[in-house]
Design a protein around this ligand. Structure first.
Ligand SMILES: NC(=O)C1=CN([C@@H]2O[C@H](COP(=O)(O)OP(=O)(O)OC[C@H]3O[C@@H](n4cnc5c(N)ncnc54)[C@H](OP(=O)(O)O)[C@@H]3O)[C@@H](O)[C@H]2O)C=CC1
Ligand SMILES: CC(C)=CCC[C@@H](C)[C@H]1CC[C@H]2C3=C(CC[C@]12C)[C@@]1(C)CCC(=O)C[C@@H]1CC3
Length: 342
């Protein structure tokens, strides 16, 4: 039977590499590339069809950072497919990243140097902003839009896989400020929230046949990392990166390697997976790829609280949206009447 796989943020980086890997794994697959920019989506589709000429590759317009776009895309998915075998929640942003060079050089000579290279703890901040839905952009894109998509598509779903990060950190997340309006580690906070949400979804939905997993791709050279340091700088320090790979297997570096755990999960029976584990794509000094589960630092109770808070926020945004739509209808009617009278 043809399996249907939907991937958000599939037009570049790890998402695109995953598409390549899945088509190589199963040529009968129906892939749906869910992207915000259709030109970039078309380019990705063409690239995939160059290497897999008979592949079924569909495109879906989806901006996960916009409530209206998620709801419209979900309607379209329901019209097109009667089930989604795998939903990869991969789209993600890290806007305006700032590297603290002082902390970086201090870290280089500390006991935590390997940890710093693996997680970026203490050396990376971001500047977030409000989007047009009145939500923090990083939270909306990396977490809430995906949550809403899952809620809309729930009856069609069986497997969820989140692209999380080693940068996800408990101390960056606050339940009282789940959107991270206050701090400067919105990326870390949103990734920790996705880890929690995955656990909550497993607690709430496993009995109904829905399974969720989280992965960490390692440090990968993509548009996201080129936003932290320019690509020429990464090219310049590439020999150092290969050297560091001997000490930390988290420097996967290529999108193909970074997609290792995403691909590995595609081959696993969901019942055999640990809901409290994050599955890491790792690459050894000799360049061998493998997947390793590592326990996440998460409370089950807290994950349930986050789940309820997301449900509340969902209600609120839906109410706001229907009020806005009603207002628009009213003004259209009013405008129509006015034009009729004149
Ligand atoms: N690179 C790394 O080292 C690591 C990356 N990750 C995670 O991996 C995932 C993939 O990122 P990566 O491949 O590195 O980076 P890329 O920037 O190459 O890929 C991100 C993808 O997400 C898409 N995207 C961003 N915002 C939206 C949106 N609002 N709606 C729909 N799609 C959107 C992008 O589309 P567009 O091209 O239009 O911008 C792009 O296709 C992210 O979740 C990231 O956080 C985790 C750990 C490490
Ligand atoms: C010599 C050398 C390799 C310098 C690079 C220093 C930093 C720019 C990197 C060190 C650890 C990296 C890292 C990320 C970005 C780049 C670093 C801060 C991520 C935050 C990228 C996105 C993620 O999700 C996790 C990565 C953790 C490690």
């Amino acid at each position: 039977m043809e399996r249907v796989v939907l991937i958000t943020g599939a037009n570049s980086g790890i998402g695109l590499a995953l598409c390549e890997r899945l088509l190589t794994e199963d040529s009968q697959l129906r892939l749906c590339l869910a992207c915000r920019n259709m030109q970039r989506a078309e380019a990705a589709r063409s690239a995939l069809l160059t290497s897999h000429s008979n592949a079924h590759v569909d495109l879906l317009q989806l901006d996960v950072g916009s409530v209206q776009s998620v709801l419209s895309a979900a309607q379209e998915v329901k019209a097109r497919y009667n089930r989604i075998d795998f939903l990869y929640l991969n789209a993600g942003i890290m806007p305006n990243p700032q590297l603290d060079l002082n902390a970086f050089f201090k870290g280089l000579f500390s006991r935590n140097v390997v940890r710093m290279f693996a997680t970026a703890e203490g050396i990376l901040t971001q500047q977030d902003r409000l989007n047009s839905d009145g939500l923090q952009e990083v939270f909306a894109t990396n977490l809430f839009g995906h949550f809403l998509l899952i809620r809309e598509l729930e009856p069609l779903l069986s497997r969820l896989v989140w692209t999380s990060s080693s940068n996800a950190r408990r101390s960056a997340f606050s339940m009282e400020d789940m959107q991270h309006r206050e701090g400067r580690e919105s990326y870390s906070s949103s990734k920790y929230a996705s880890d929690m949400l995955s656990l909550a979804l497993n607690r709430q939905k496993n009995s109904q046949g829905l399974f969720s997993s989280v992965i960490c791709p390692g440090l990968v050279m993509t548009n996201l990392t080129y936003g932290i340091l320019p690509s020429f700088f990464w090219t310049l320090i590439m020999p150092v990166m290969w050297l560091i790979r001997i000490f930390t297997n988290t420097f996967t570096l290529t999108p193909h390697n970074g997609a290792e755990a995403l691909h590995w999960l595609f081959l696993q029976n969901p019942e055999s997976l640990d809901p409290r584990a994050k599955y890491h794509s790792l690459t050894s000094g000799l360049g061998t790829n493998y997947t390793q589960p590592r326990q996440m630092d998460i409370d089950e109770g807290a994950s349930d609280v986050l789940y309820s808070k997301l449900l509340e926020l969902e209600k609120e945004v839906r109410r706001k949206l229907s009020e806005e739509n009603a207002d628009e209808e009213m003004s259209a009617v009013k405008y129509g009447l006015l034009t009729l009278q004149t």
